[in-house]
Design a protein around this ligand. Structure first.
Ligand code: UD1
Ligand code: MG
Length: 455
């Protein structure tokens, strides 16, 4: 049966106390709505609608180029009203899977189960049993059959004690979507058009409604306030940590790692506390990451180690490389095998050849460096003339003395040595010592200044 999906995402989310539309709040670095969309992909829907309203422009911009059809709900009159906005767009006869943009951790397998359990029923709803049902719609049963969903604000005292709640996710049989949704009204405590009233209408028509129960309450928990968002972030973090450990990664503390993107790992990888991984990161066999590192979009080769407090962004590191502590590896850094980058070193757009060392307090930018180079402490590549960037070329086997400035564009030829404290503006020839500083003199008749006595 071809499937249409409608994600409801038009609400402001008043309880978030934020100007940003709720579905754009980020969980593990991705908007809530993006999580829902990503989970739905596996179902290969024929139609993929997203109902937007509050901050519609911002939501559309954040979710652009993903094949989504945006349906605007100009006034947010309730979840049922949101579905009604989709009716003219829905492909006739398609089953419709409705999801909420604020239930982010739903998994594709659970959705597939819901689809399987509908059978001939008009509706299949996904329920769960939260620790605290407050705020959720309660599922009313008569024996095994579902007869209604009652919202918290419309519940009698007795109904409030019911544990089985609605997740916001339901599947509607294709032939009855238009008719059932068209009939919704706003005769309730909140004067809203409730999606949940579809259940009572279907039952009144003599149709069957089935409920499938989600085993994991966290997976279907909604985000309505900052507390719930933080709680789901912790759930997500725990899932990621668990999956890494299942792949053999040794985590110093599974509660203190944040994976906000796609982290791929080899064997015997060790990660110390408080590390953050963003974008696409690959750690090859035997990589060790020290405490408090942030790694984004990078590949770390076999046996390399990243020492504490290091930031790496858009870089490629070879095998047996050592970076940090306190290093900042910026976009376009490419370190060959055995490179060593030490403390308080910043690199950017730099190719660093095999076994080269930049151990202390240096800036290496827009640089092509050969192999076996040793860069002394405090060396700066002066790549910017105030208007344009220029390149520095450092050939194989070069030794740069401490506290030198290489004013680009400039070339240091193979096996050259630069004396400490030099400012190099011209090519330094191969195999020679180049120095550019005043000769050291000692002043014979100099005397230490004396402190003046007060009169
Ligand atoms: C809703 C359900 C409740 C369920 C709970 C699960 C209804 C009436 N209630 O309550 O039974 O237990 O979710 O989390 O459906 N939205 C729109 N347009 C609107 C109103 C809401 O698109 O006019 C969207 C919101 O952006 C949000 C979703 O629908 O993504 C749910 O809205 P929300 O206000 O959070 O509903 P709840 O009160 O949580
Ligand atoms: Mg909600």
């Amino acid at each position: 049966m071809p499937l249409s999906i409608a994600i409801l995402a038009a609400g402001l989310g008043t309880r978030m106390k934020s100007a940003r539309p709720k579905v754009l709040h980020s969980l593990a670095g991705r908007p809530l709505l993006q999580h829902v969309v990503d989970s739905c992909r596996a179902l290969e829907p024929e139609q993929f609608l997203v109902v937007i309203g509050h901050g519609a422009d911002a939501v559309e911009r954040a979710m652009t180029e993903q094949g989504l059809v945006f349906v605007e709900q100009v006034e947010q009159l309730g979840t049922g009203h949101a579905l009604q906005q989709c009716l003219p767009q829905l492909a006739p006869g398609n089953d419709v899977l409705v999801l909420f943009g604020d239930v982010p951790l739903i998994r594709a397998e659970t959705l597939a189960q819901l689809i399987d359990c509908r059978g001939d029923a008009a509706l299949a709803i996904l329920g769960f049993e939260p620790d605290d049902p407050f705020g959720y719609g309660r599922i009313l049963r008569d024996g095994d059959s579902v007869v209604a969903i009652v919202e918290e604000k419309d519940c009698t005292a007795e109904q409030k004690t019911l544990r089985e709640c609605f997740t916001g996710i339901m599947l509607i049989r294709g032939d009855c979507v238009q008719e059932l949704a068209g009939r919704l009204d706003n005769d309730n405590a909140q004067n809203e058009y409730y999606l949940t009233d579809l259940v009572a209408h279907a039952v009144a028509d003599g149709e069957q409604v089935v409920a499938s129960l989600a085993g994991d309450a966290d997976e279907v928990a909604g985000v309505n306030n900052q507390q719930q968002l933080a709680a789901l972030e912790a759930v997500y973090r725990a899932r990621q940590a668990d999956s890494l450990m299942s792949h053999g990664v040794k985590l110093a503390d599974p509660a203190r790692i944040d994976v906000r993107g796609d982290l791929r790992v080899g064997r015997d990888v060790e990660i110390d506390v408080n590390c953050v991984f963003e974008g696409s990161v690959t750690l090859a066999d035997g990589v060790r990451i020290g405490a408090n590192c942030v790694l984004r979009d990078c590949i770390v080769g076999e046996g390399s180690q990243i020492l504490p407090m290091t930031s790496i962004d858009d870089a490629r590191l070879g095998r047996g490389v050592s970076i940090g502590p306190y290093a900042r590896i910026r976009p376009g850094t490419d370190c060959a095998d055995g490179v060593k980058i030490g403390n308080f070193v910043e690199t950017k757009q730099a190719q660093i050849g095999q076994g080269s060392k930049v151990n202390h307090l240096s800036y290496v930018g827009d640089t092509e460096m050969g192999s076996g180079v040793n860069i002394g402490a405090g060396t700066i590549t002066c790549n910017y003339d105030g208007a344009n960037k220029h390149r520095t070329v450092i050939e194989d086997g070069v030794f740069i003395g401490s506290d030198s400035q290489l004013v680009a564009p400039v070339r240091i030829e193979k096996d050259a040595t630069i004396g400490a404290g030099s400012t190099i503006t011209k090519t330094a020839p191969a195999g020679k010592l180049t120095v550019s500083r005043a000769r050291q003199v000692t002043i014979g008749d100099w005397a230490k200044p004396k402190k003046k006595q007060d009169a």
